[in-house]
Design a protein around this ligand. Structure first.
Ligand code: SIN
Length: 492
């Protein structure tokens, strides 16, 4: 424990699980190893967390496999009520959980609170969906036979979650998995494992209180992700992999999943265009840009990465955005009034700084920001760049930081072509007052999620996911449950 934990309530700190959760029991890693989790705003170590080995990962899979028949046999209504009860506890403990998110992930408290609401909502939504898995009985077209189509849980699932939304990315996977009747092994990000462990402990407590199998949810934090996940992917007891993270790691996992032909859900990288057409309401566009760009300090797969702005309004939009960015308060997320927190680690700041430096060397103009405003902590100022070349690395690479590069376009065809000029296809945003133009963006921009006159698309009840190299499958909404179900057809 350190001074950085002072923002956390003593009750939370004394009960926070820092071990591995396997078969309903918290315990140390088999070799006793631990790793440190630090506060990105102060760089102080918060907690030492048990560091799972490959053998620990396999023990967790054994537990998930052992609990699978009993969990699958639990009535949908009971699974639903469990999820609903966990939703209620997460909501009641929102202050504690948001303080923990801010401590390990850095985002401002108001954003952490919003994430708890968003994250808890996945459990409420899937509590409602748990009792609605559909099937079908019908007469085959020939008339002689009957078709009975039913759904069953796909089986034990490995859930690999990222550090940027430590509660929401966990519940977005746990909710549908449990609703469908799957047991899980969760491998949280080593930078932010504590929120996930707290959520898992809340679920474990509710399972125990209801006399349900506690091995349904297992958690293996580790600093050696590849070493722990590789044997799991090779083990025939695992039937499903759900991953949120970079496209590079996603590709490696997909190759690993091929041997057992695992069902996979992949929510990967993005390079979201934010189109501002000449007829846009610029005040609304700036407001939307603040959310689309700066939520979690730009560290989101759906963050606006490239601002594609019509020539006629590019200068005006750039100035307004720069003014809005320069007025924001940057600092530790636990401080009152802070609007932009730190990046997650030092190398993230270095990468952002390098992208800005390369763009400026190429002739882009820094309208605001472009510096590291404070230390200690991994801070970078909200930055607006204009006159950026469409081929600059700050445009073609996922920035994952508070930098808004503006590229001008001459007409709708060019704007849409630029928007699609990427291997990614996760999110896109567009500001226009023209309905026909909005419809065209909705039909022609290659992205799984498109916000029209909105800077936020995330919603537990909507299908979240991408096309092209941004991923496979969808999370959230009805589609999220499908990812954990097998379809079985019985010919009668
Ligand atoms: C992500 O960055 O992967 C998720 C963001 C969200 O759910 O809004």
């Amino acid at each position: 424990m350190s001074p950085a934990t002072n923002a956390l309530s003593p009750a939370l700190v004394s009960h926070l699980p820092t071990g591995l959760l396997i078969g309903g029991q918290w315990g140390p890693a088999e070799d006793g190893r631990t790793f440190e989790v630090a506060d990105p705003a102060t760089e102080e170590v918060l907690f030492d967390v048990s560091d799972a080995s490959p053998a620990d990962g396999l023990r967790a899979l054994e537990a998930a496999h052992a609990a699978a028949p009993a969990w699958r046999a639990v009535a949908p209504r009971e699974r639903s009520e469990l999820l609903r009860a966990v939703f209620a506890t997460l909501t009641a403990r929102a202050d504690d959980i948001s303080a923990l998110i801010t401590a390990e992930c850095g985002k401002p408290l108001a954003e952490a609170r919003a994430e708890v609401v968003y994250g808890a909502e996945f459990l409420r939504w899937y509590a409602e969906q748990a009792v609605r898995t559909d099937g079908l009985v019908r007469t085959a077209p020939g008339g002689a036979n009957r078709q009975l189509v039913s759904r069953r849980p796909v089986g034990p699932a490995l859930l690999i979650t990222p550090w940027n939304f430590p509660i929401a990315m966990a519940t977005r996977k746990i909710g549908p998995a449990l609703a469908a009747g799957c047991t899980v092994v969760i491998k949280p990000a080593h930078l932010t494992p504590l929120t996930t462990s707290l959520v898992a402990e809340i679920i474990r407590g509710h399972l125990e209180d209801r006399g349900l199998p506690t091995g349904v949810v297992n958690v293996v934090p580790t600093s050696s992700a590849g070493e722990v996940t590789t044997p799991l992917l090779a083990d025939p007891r695992l039937r499903k992999l759900s991953f949120t993270g970079s496209t590079g790691v996603g590709r490696t996992l997909l190759k690993g999943a091929a041997d057992q032909v695992l069902r996979t859900s992949m929510e990967l990288g993005g390079n979201a265009p934010f189109l501002v057409f000449a007829d846009a309401d610029l005040d609304a566009a700036v407001e939307g840009a603040l959310v689309a760009k700066l939520r979690n300090t730009g560290q989101s797969c759906v963050a606006a990465n490239r601002f594609l702005v019509h020539d006629a309004v590019a200068r005006d939009f750039g100035q307004r955005l720069a003014r809005a960015f320069s007025e924001l308060r940057v600092g530790p997320g636990s401080e009152e009034g802070v609007q932009v927190g730190p990046l997650i680690e030092a190398k993230a700041v270095d990468k952002v700084d390098e992208l800005v430096a390369v763009a400026s060397d190429e002739g882009a103009q820094v309208l605001t920001g472009g510096d590291r405003p404070r230390s200690p902590g991994h801070f970078y100022s909200p930055t607006v760049l204009t006159g950026v070349d469409a081929g600059s690395r700050v445009v073609t690479e996922e920035i994952f930081g508070p930098v808004a590069p503006i590229v001008a376009f001459a007409d709708d065809d060019e704007g849409i072509a630029l928007a699609n000029d990427t291997e990614y296809g996760l999110a896109a945003y567009a500001y226009t007052r023209d309905l026909a133009r909005a419809v065209r963006v909705g039909e022609e921009v290659d992205a799984g999620m498109i916000g029209i006159n909105r800077g936020l698309v995330s919603d537990a009840s909507a299908p979240f996911g991408g096309m092209k190299q941004s991923g496979l499958g969808r999370e959230g909404g009805e589609a999220g449950l499908e990812e954990y179900l097998e379809t079985v057809y019985v010919a009668l």
